[in-house]
Design a protein around this ligand. Structure first.
Ligand SMILES: Cc1cc2nc3c(=O)[nH]c(=O)nc-3n(C[C@H](O)[C@H](O)[C@H](O)COP(=O)(O)O)c2cc1C
Length: 217
């Protein structure tokens, strides 16, 4: 089909974009560590990066065969702990582990069962206030939450979880003193960028809705 591009668009020789088929589309989202409760009352911990917040709801994408999806379909309480960039080695120690026993076929290559992922990662569980799974003590932000809806995605490979956050814990060093605001200059998420770990660079500006505006260069 022949289409005419609007005058503001261009194509052809000298075009700036290539049409490519990347194997993954992890375009840079924060890493989160999900604590959930296993059937025997012990706790699982898993790194994810498919998560985003809508008001007080966090929407999470999970592989259907993982222990985290299994747990949340049965026991809705969870903690979403957000590591800082320097904590990427602990995240990577969790990467080849699953709390699922036996290891599902889809994970047979490259994964092993680990019942104590906190110890395996060198991380510490801290008691939560309103939910049973523990927070990750080393993470600057920890969100206690309950899964309100757990269902399949359109491909059938994943599970989409909508979790309502009930308590927010923030390291005092990243909170604007005397307020409920996270200081965006003091906090950086750990970003998963096409399977590589990054922190944030310097601030470029702020939204017109920012409640913590600062002059920046
Ligand atoms: C940085 C990072 C991000 C990941 N993001 C996701 C994700 O968004 N969703 C997911 O299901 N798995 C994700 N994984 C893979 C899971 O951590 C992995 O499948 C793990 O075995 C799940 O543990 P579980 O079976 O105990 O739940 C990610 C792994 C890493 C290291």
């Amino acid at each position: 089909m022949h289409t005419t591009l609007p005058s503001t668009l261009s194509a052809g020789p000298g075009a700036t974009h290539l049409e490519i088929e990347p194997s993954i589309l992890y375009f840079g989202t924060p890493v989160a560590l999900l604590s959930t409760e296993n059937q025997d009352g012990s706790f699982n911990l898993a790194p994810i990066s498919s998560a985003w917040a809508l008001g007080q709801t966090v929407v999470i994408g999970l592989g259907r065969e993982g222990q985290t999806a299994y747990n949340l379909a049965r026991r809705p309480e969870l903690v979403i702990s957000l590591p800082a960039p320097a904590q990427w080695p602990a995240v990577e120690r969790l990467a080849p582990l699953t709390g699922r026993d036996p290891v599902p076929l889809a994970k047979a290559e490259g994964y092993r069962f680990e019942p104590d992922k906190f110890a395996a990662a060198g991380l510490t569980g801290a008691p939560s206030h309103l939910v049973r799974p523990p927070r990750v003590a080393e993470c600057p932000i920890q969100l206690e939450a309950r899964a309100q809806r757990v269902g399949p995605d359109v491909s059938g490979e994943f599970v989409i979880v909508e979790a309502a956050v009930c308590t927010v814990h923030a390291d005092a060093r990243i909170v604007v003193p005397g307020t409920d605001h996270i200081d965006p200059a003091a906090w950086s998420p750990l970003i998963y960028n096409f399977r590589h770990y990054f922190g944030l660079g310097p601030e470029r500006g702020h939204s017109h809705r920012s409640q913590t505006p600062r002059a920046c260069r």
